[in-house]
Design a protein around this ligand. Sequence first.
Ligand code: SME
Length: 150
Amino acid sequence: MKTEDLPLVSAARELVRGVPHLIADLANVSALIYCSVENINWAGFYLLRGETLILGPFQGKPACIEIPLGRGVCGTAALEDRVIRVGDVRSFAGHIACDPDSRSELVVPLHKDGKVFGVLDIDSPVPCRFSAEDERLFSSLAAALEEEMP
Ligand code: SME
């Protein structure tokens, strides 16, 4: 399946296309994900500043503001530049529990000029909520953002 065959990816691309404001783009995409994906309790972004991920636009309960590179699911995904899909957050050593309701999590790194500049983080109250197909979906969404964002 091609990326543009995925409605959520197309919708995200349309939201950010031609909008030269990073924070506005990420805010709208976090709202799009939160409103259209079932069984999630948090969707948003952390942006890399130096060696620390800083909380960016999101939907869900208030979350931790700073995550050092290499810490938690987000910091590990950013440091190792890889998608991390956690079926049971309690079994991930170092998981940072922002919302105690979260049971599973998917984190996708975002790149600019070939370097990680942040992550997309999605949490679910349902164990093993995210499938390999979801991983492909949100990786495609991240790639679309990388192409379209200022
Ligand atoms: N659970 C994440 C922290 C961010 S919150 O889920 C919004 C982690 O372990 O990095």
